[in-house]
Design a protein around this ligand. Structure first.
Ligand SMILES: [Zn+2]
Length: 470
């Protein structure tokens, strides 16, 4: 009796095992296939752009000069790099890893392979796998060439000019922006939801191939949450951490971990070693103390702290500026110019700041030109609004187009709403567009929190002051 029961159970176990074995090839086949996005840049461009951005990054961020820590992170990184699926390997790329002495839980990678891991991220991770998860995610952005794919999209809208602009933008995303060159691009370019999901999925696949449990990438979101948020470039505001957690765990079901590494004692030793150093500054503190930008002539000093929310009323006295070669504007004289070239901002004290290392504008106006092939003003404007929406998921149009004039030309006015990523507050955006004689779209964007109506008058005065000599 007893024996028979055991036998029956053994039979059941064998049957379940057999079913699992049979099912396995299908499970493995079910892992998500990732593809490249269209990219007009060459692989060498990635390398070139990344090298330039890396130079900038290393001038702005203090590196932790500890060879033991660096070489440990390098070893983890190279293990992940070796696990990149062959279709996403590029022999031109050179992955290397450095540690930034900053307390934010963050890491970022640049096109072609330079990667920077914050000391705060190593501190926060509960085991090597969690740290490796963030690194695998960042490596995936590089392997999938997301930086130049994003720049391909942006260039279509004329928001970037040349390699320098792209490097500035790429650096602007995760860390400190090249504001003097491309303030608007910094505001607008973040990886899209789609790119973030792809980097999570490929990251999970790389982890499994490297011997890490891919669920540790998902776990890192909870670890970051427990530590009170942060996460900067890694913890993008889209998709939500909950969605990302679920999606990675779903993918993990289809992944078999090759030669599991288990927990390494080395990780604990490196954490211990880091605790021996004085507290690291945050990225924002670093930017405040050692800031080197903007380097342009007209830019003067400007606040580098997170937007305070306390902003002076726009002055009734106005000051003239000549921008974009052929445009004159008057703006309240308590606003200052940030940036030059194809895109400039005029902002009041406190209406601009850094959030998670990114430039954020809460109050002010921006002027710029956008390339378009569309001779129809409304369609060119549609195209431009779509380009804005790609980097700002909360952006919604709240009005149709209304005819107006700008600089004596026929123009379109439209109202949009957004949720500011730094303050979490709803904001109103006013967009006015007109076409220049060379076919480019000229735009004015005005931004203010929804409950601060006193900016509307200033925006109207600014708009009516525009003179276009073209
Ligand atoms: Zn990402």
């Amino acid at each position: 009796m007893l024996r028979r029961r055991v036998n029956r159970r053994q039979g059941l176990v064998a049957w379940v095992t057999l079913v699992a074995l049979l099912a396995m090839p299908f499970s493995l086949a079910a892992q998500t296939q990732i593809k490249y996005h269209s990219n007009k840049f060459s692989v060498q461009d990635d390398v070139k752009v990344g090298r330039q951005a890396a130079q900038e990054a290393e001038q702005q961020f203090p590196l932790l000069r500890d060879e033991e820590v660096r070489s440990y992170v390098e070893r983890v990184g190279q293990r992940l790099v070796n696990a990149i699926p062959s279709q996403f390997q590029h022999s031109e790329f050179q992955y290397y890893f450095k540690v930034v002495n900053a307390s934010d839980i963050n890491a970022f990678a640049l096109p072609g392979g330079p990667m920077y891991v914050n000391r705060g991220m190593i501190d926060a991770a509960r085991r090597e796998g969690e740290m490796a998860g963030v690194m695998a995610h960042e490596i995936s952005h590089v392997a999938l060439r997301h930086g130049t794919a994003q720049a391909t999209k942006a260039q279509k809208y004329g928001l970037l000019a040349g390699i320098a602009g792209i490097a500035g933008t790429i650096l602007g995303g995760p860390g400190v922006g090249q504001l003097a060159q491309a303030p608007f691009a910094v505001y607008f370019l973040k990886f899209s939801r789609e790119y973030e999901t792809e980097a999570d999925i490929l990251g999970a696949q790389i982890m499994a191939r490297a011997g890490y449990d891919p669920r540790d990438l998902a776990n890192m979101f909870q670890t970051i949450e427990r530590q009170g948020g942060g996460g900067g470039g890694f913890l993008s505001d889209h998709p939500s951490p909950n969605d990302r957690y679920a999606r990675i765990n779903q993918e993990a079901q289809y992944l078999r971990v090759a030669n599991p590494l288990g927990d390494t004692r080395e990780f604990a030793r490196i954490q211990e070693r880091l605790r021996g150093y004085p507290r690291a500054q945050t990225m924002a503190e670093i930017a405040r103390s050692g800031q080197r930008y903007p380097t342009g002539e007209n830019t003067g000093n400007y606040p580098n702290n997170p937007p305070s929310g306390r902003v002076e009323y726009p002055s009734n006295r106005f000051q003239n500026y000549r921008i974009l070669n052929n445009v004159q504007v008057s703006v309240p004289n308590n606003w200052r110019q940030i940036g030059q070239g194809d895109s400039v901002w005029f902002v009041p004290e406190g209406g601009y700041g850094q959030y998670n290392g990114q430039a954020v504008f809460t109050h002010g106006v921006s002027f710029g030109v956008s390339q378009t092939n569309n001779r129809n003003l409304q369609r060119a404007t549609d195209e431009f609004v779509n380009s804005l929406a790609q980097g700002n998921n909360n952006l919604r149009s709240t009005s149709g187009y209304q005819r107006t004039t700008l600089g004596g030309r026929t123009a379109l006015w439209t109202a949009l709403s957004n949720t500011n990523e730094a303050t979490g507050r709803p904001e109103n955006i006013r967009l006015i567009t007109t076409q220049l004689s060379n076919g480019q779209l000229f735009y004015m964007i005005a931004v203010a929190p929804q409950n601060e109506r006193n900016f509307e008058n200033a925006f109207q005065s600014v708009a009516s002051s525009v003179r276009i000599n073209n």
